[in-house]
Ligand binder design. Structure first.
Ligand code: CDP
Length: 238
């Protein structure tokens, strides 16, 4: 799949409305560490679809703000900053102004930063068209918190993917340890629960399960089983 450059919002505005209506989208939303990123990427690979990691956009804004001395609480400045960012996704790699920022963007600190910057409606509006540009032939798998409720409201296939917080904390803990980080399970669980609370309670695009989304609890499922269930749901809805 060729990289999709994300350059401010001007490019995004050029997306034709007609294309947005016809190109299939699988919208996968859910809480932190539910496995939706892994599942979404595998589904995209199997179908040959594009993949949008919308959380990465909020993480990049948090990083760029930190570097530029902008507070995560300053919504208007964050929205202005977002228009200036030169972002490229290439496979698993993320480039900001040509620099490979994949590792730092995926850090726990930027996960927290993302959930803080993501509360601002001004920033969310700025990123809306940027995300919609990813809807290209032959289709898109988009993962986040508001893919089915806001960004791709008209998606035919919506999934709310979750797992209980203890299972999610253990998964995240193993991921961190696996990457050589120091982590304490109780702290990871507390962070996840704090992030869940912030994502669900914010006024702008809170994490909710859409009425037309398939509810998929992966607490007892393997990745392969979760992928298969999403694919079955896609076949059923298309
Ligand atoms: O990978 P993980 O689920 O931990 O996080 P992520 O998907 O990278 O998202 C990081 C944060 O960005 C979330 O906690 C949300 O607050 C925010 N986010 C959002 O508000 N809307 C999205 N579509 C995606 C992420």
């Amino acid at each position: 799949m060729s990289p999709i450059p994300v350059i401010g919002t001007a490019t995004a505005m050029k997306t034709k409305r007609r294309e947005r209506i016809t190109i299939p989208v699988i919208a996968i939303d859910g809480p932190s560490a539910s496995g939706k990123g892994t599942v979404a990427q595998r589904v995209a690979r199997q179908l040959g679809f594009h993949y949008l990691d919308s959380g990465a956009l909020y993480r990049i804004v948090a990083l760029a703000a930190e570097r530029g001395g902008i507070e995560w609480s300053d919504g208007d400045s964050l929205a202005a900053l977002a228009t200036t960012l030169q972002i490229v996704f290439e496979g698993d790699e993320i480039f900001l102004h040509g620099e490979n920022v994949s590792t730092v963007v995926r850090s726990e600190a930027m996960g927290k930063g993302a959930s803080e910057v993501a509360v601002h409606q001004a920033l969310r509006s700025q990123l809306l068209n940027v995300q919609q540009v990813f809807r290209r032939e032959p289709g898109l798998v988009a993962d986040g918190r508001d893919m089915g409720s806001v960004v791709f409201k008209d998606a035919e296939t919506k999934v709310f993917l979750t797992a209980n917080s203890h299972v999610r904390a253990e998964r995240r803990y193993k991921q961190l340890i696996g990457k050589g980080n120091h982590a304490i399970l109780a702290h990871v669980l507390a962070d996840i629960e704090a992030r869940d609370a912030r994502d669900k309670s914010r006024a702008s695009a809170p994490l909710i399960q859409c009425d037309d989304a398939l509810f998929l609890d992966t607490s007892q499922l393997t990745i392969d089983e979760a992928v298969e269930k999403v694919l079955q749901h896609y076949r059923h809805t298309n």
